[in-house]
Design a protein around this ligand. Structure first.
Ligand SMILES: Cc1cc2nc3c(=O)[nH]c(=O)nc-3n(C[C@H](O)[C@H](O)[C@H](O)COP(=O)(O)O)c2cc1C
Length: 427
């Protein structure tokens, strides 16, 4: 069996795409509630809400493209969506993105513990270092820290947060009404965390939630990002690529887990995957053909995506010439993946054929065949659906594909635990 997650943006949800829910335009909360319930009926492990704190302006050195087209902006705070979805669902995990570069550890530990209580133990946080100078400037810096220092900060941050989250012993709350004792203060410890970047006295002023340490999710692709994930993550949302690339990625992460003294099966690696589902296999291939043709036609959108990930203004490059070597302090892995093995292609060729992730294309039955084959080959733990929330996408994937997977015994038929951690580690 494998696990399923959905990569969600708290944003415009492809407002101008075919089949978008015009009546449910962002930020209509019903859209998100209906979506979370549909995923829960389908047996998804979690939905993961991505985040960023800036309006992209790398492309064309202007915010114009992002704001005109609703690309990566607007974007609301994902943490605010969690209690709303928790109150509307019972079993599905809710992971929201938080940046280790700008969120103070005490606030992070306290907020996540409160959300863990409110959700009955179903929350997680996706730890990112944030990759854009504009983010850093929004938090008062001139530019972002260097890539390797961002991960040194993230490591210190994760240690500080973990120390705070474990500052109450598991049996510290006595809750003895007859004796009038709420908690045993000898079981609640001053943390006195002193790191290179953070310090916190502690203890936390809230008792541990049902999971004590909410599920930690991570997406680091670079060597330092992978080391960080190996030390702290419970689930990794991984970029996808060729089968060979995914196999290598997972092998590498598993080796890192052993180096970190952890069980390699303790971390669930979900690969970011696009799904194109049709009534028949041929329908799906036709949908894929149309989607790729739309991508080729929207060269500006493709370049803007590349600029967003890399921080490099591709509007200044010659579209019909090979791309000179580029380097970035932003999302290094994503940027490197764009150009890997394409040194002789023109920018136009690269931009119009970049598929951000693995594509599963077919009827529910042939798509399920492909998913089964990918998992058998890669040995991975599951898929992270990469799709805007449109009624059609939800119906295709949660309504049609998931029941087919369940019928084959490839995904759970029911949740076996009440917490996200429990469900994630059930198999
Ligand atoms: C599936 C997935 C989800 C991601 N979500 C976010 C996000 O919400 N916010 C963010 O700033 N970066 C996000 N990233 C980017 C990563 O945090 C990271 O910057 C990127 O994978 C590059 O890895 P590196 O920093 O180790 O080079 C995501 C990456 C992947 C693959």
């Amino acid at each position: 069996m494998f696990h399923l997650g959905w990569f969600l943006s708290f944003s415009t949800q492809a407002w101008h795409a075919p089949h978008s829910d015009r009546g449910g335009l962002f930020p209509n909360t019903d859209v998100y509630v209906d979506f979370a319930r549909a995923l829960e009926r389908a047996g998804f492990d979690y939905l993961m809400i991505e985040d960023g704190s800036f309006i992209p302006d790398a492309y064309g050195s202007s915010m114009e493209h992002s704001l005109r087209t609703g690309f990566a902006s607007p974007k609301h705070d994902p943490m605010a969506l969690v209690p709303l979805l928790a109150a509307s669902t019972e079993k599905i995990g809710l992971i929201a993105t938080m940046t280790t570069s700008f969120y103070p550890p005490f606030l992070a530990a306290r907020l996540m513990t409160t959300l863990d209580h409110l959700s009955g133990g179903r929350v997680g946080f996706n730890l990112v270092t944030a990759h854009n100078d504009r983010t850093a400037q929004n938090y008062g810096m001139d530019k972002h820290w260097d890539h390797s220092e961002r991960y040194a900060i993230a490591t210190d941050w994760a240690q500080a947060v973990t120390a705070l989250l474990t500052s109450w012993d598991e049996d510290a709350v006595v809750d003895d009404v007859a004796a009038g004792i709420y908690a045993d203060h000898t079981k609640i410890h001053q943390t006195d965390y002193e790191g290179s970047y953070f310090s916190s006295r502690g203890p936390l002023n809230v008792p541990p939630g049902p999971q004590r340490i909410p599920v930690i999710c991570q997406a680091g692709g670079s060597p330092v990002g992978r080391v960080f994930a190996s030390r702290f993550a419970d689930t990794i949302v991984a970029p996808s690529g060729s089968i060979e690339w995914m196999k290598q990625y997972r092998t590498d992460i598993r080796a890192g887990l052993v180096d970190a003294g952890r069980d390699p099966d303790a971390v669930k690696v979900l690969f970011l995957t696009d799904f194109i589902i049709g009534d028949t296999h041929e329908d799906a291939l036709e949908l894929q053909r149309r989607r790729h043709a739309a991508m080729v036609a929207d060269i500006e959108g493709r370049l803007a995506y590349m600029s967003f990930a890399s921080g490099i203004d591709f509007s200044t490059f010659d579209l019909d010439a090979p791309v000179p070597p580029v380097s970035t302090n932003a999302a290094k892995t994503t940027t490197a993946q764009m150009f890997a093995g394409r040194e002789h292609q023109t920018l136009r060729e690269i931009a119009s054929t970049i598929i951000p992730s693995l594509e599963i294309v077919g009827s529910p039955a042939t798509a399920a065949d492909q998913m089964e084959a990918v998992m058998a080959e890669v040995g991975g733990d599951g898929f992270l659906v990469n799709s805007p929330v449109t009624p059609r996408a939800v119906a295709d994937i949660a309504g049609d594909l998931a029941p087919e997977l369940r019928r084959r015994g490839l995904i759970r038929s029911e949740y076996s635990a009440d917490t996200l951690r429990g469900n994630l580690t059930a198999y």
